[in-house]
Design a protein around this ligand. Sequence first.
Ligand SMILES: Cc1cc2nc3c(=O)[nH]c(=O)nc-3n(C[C@H](O)[C@H](O)[C@H](O)COP(=O)(O)O)c2cc1C
Length: 338
Amino acid sequence: MLKFSSISIKGYKFKRKLDRCIKLPKRALGLYREYFRDANKLLKYYMYGSDKRKSIEYKILMDVHSLEKGMCMTTETSFGYKKCQNLLFHLNLYNEMYSKFVESSTPFLMGVAILVRWIEISEERGWSKTQVYLTVKKWIEANPYSLKSVRVGSYLHEYNPDNRDYDAIIRSRATSRLYSNRPLTTEDIEACVELTLSTPSACNRQMCKIYSFSNQSKKDKLSSVLTGTTGLDKQNIHYFVITYDIAALGGVGERNQGYFNSGLFAMNFVNSLHSRGIGTCFMQFDSTVKLENKLKLDLGISDDERIAVAIGAGYYLDESIIPCSQRKRVNEILVMDE
Ligand SMILES: Cc1cc2nc3c(=O)[nH]c(=O)nc-3n(C[C@H](O)[C@H](O)[C@H](O)COP(=O)(O)O)c2cc1C
């Protein structure tokens, strides 16, 4: 580490040159090693690499999503033949490999429900003469599942301009590092997770999970691994860890999809907690694949998930002093075209 108070600009420049020769190659090697390990993890667990239950569920969710998009279009031309065939294949595969889960799997039931809806639309619009229609219809008749718990297809969304509560929630959130000694209630946690489920995800794959930790030894493990814990109330803190499932990723073009989806998910979760009087602090950790593997073992997180971020949380104190964290101006970050 350079001590700026005791070094001249000339000395600083010389040291910089030396760093470039010695430290840079070492850093580059470390970087390539991490990307290599990331690539190995992706190849080991990604969606098309296996027929695990959740891999098939992700494929079903993607098929459902495609069909729902088709159902939102006002076009009078028929759609979805290939998707229906894909979906039938995946539903049959799921049924064959994991039959005991079919009644309780939301993705599976969504897959069936979207086919039912597709049949209804085909009949309404007079597209019921095709082979795919007949195949799907026959399949549905042979597989009568209860679909009460799932809502699929399209609906009319109406915007209410009078409801501006969102602004207040967004503007009043600030990172909180000190917390009340009152433990978070399961009721509050579940309500916030339920709200967070409304977060969008790529093709509605819903690849993120929230792990909740109130146990002191697990909290201590997290506190020891996380890097920015200065000023944090490590006693009263409740930790959450947001992960994403590698099995949801479709390949190399999606290698950052998990982190992006986790970011959206985590932010909604934090805002939901805030709206119920729970302060939070996002926590980064100096992530290497090795360290992450160890942490996952310690916390009981499966190897095919990646840790995106940790969140410290607790009920707000009546008052606490926090950094101003001034934001840039709109014109510093908004780039308009001409
Ligand atoms: C991804 C991420 C990681 C963060 N990591 C830490 C951390 O390790 N320690 C900490 O005290 N704050 C952490 N923060 C909180 C930021 O310092 C804080 O969000 C920022 O200064 C803006 O302040 P505000 O949240 O009060 O608006 C993190 C925030 C984000 C989004």
